[in-house]
Design a protein around this ligand. Sequence first.
Ligand SMILES: [Zn+2]
Ligand SMILES: [Zn+2]
Ligand SMILES: [Zn+2]
Length: 211
Amino acid sequence: MASLSTNWYLRDTAAGRLQLPDYEIDDEGDIYLYYGEVFCRVPECSKANHNYKYTNNLRTHIETHDDVSLSAGNVGGRASQKIIDEAIKFYKRLYGGVEPGTTTTPAPPASSPPSSAISPAATAVYDPVSPSTTGASILPVLPVKKDGTVHVTNMRAAVAKMGHKIPCESCSTRTACCKDINLCDFFIFFDCGDMHPRAAIVEPEEEGETA
Ligand SMILES: [Zn+2]
Ligand SMILES: [Zn+2]
Ligand SMILES: [Zn+2]
């Protein structure tokens, strides 16, 4: 299920930057896991940022929470298209319903450039190229200018060096590409530090740094 919002879900949740919604509880009082979920959403779980890699591993972990009951429904096996569609909707909702990189409307990004983003580099270890990689991030660091915003020219050069054609599928023109993390497909190929697409649930700013 290659989907950009899924990739950002993996990266941002592991880095503690994405606050996941609480579980929905069905009529039987059971919680429901979406296809591909690998993070525990039980409130206050100490493992909240741990990537369980497989939903079945996550199920095993969730069973250790006394107060939570899992629906027997979506156990492993082959997922139907409906289950997958439903899951993709869930991941998109994490980003305000907009799949990062697949917006059709031109961005209105002016209000929130990710410029407050010079906190210590996140330790996200998700590597979209070979998801089995564990350990330190091997992604190249996103080229940025002094003000912390993306260095478009250098980013394009790096993207081209990786063998990708500019523009990406989401940016219609070369001029538009590699500019907006909320729109462009290529940001996922970089270690973007604390930059990430706008999440639907805004996390509380904990580090009140004044500069
Ligand atoms: Zn953030
Ligand atoms: Zn948990
Ligand atoms: Zn692009």
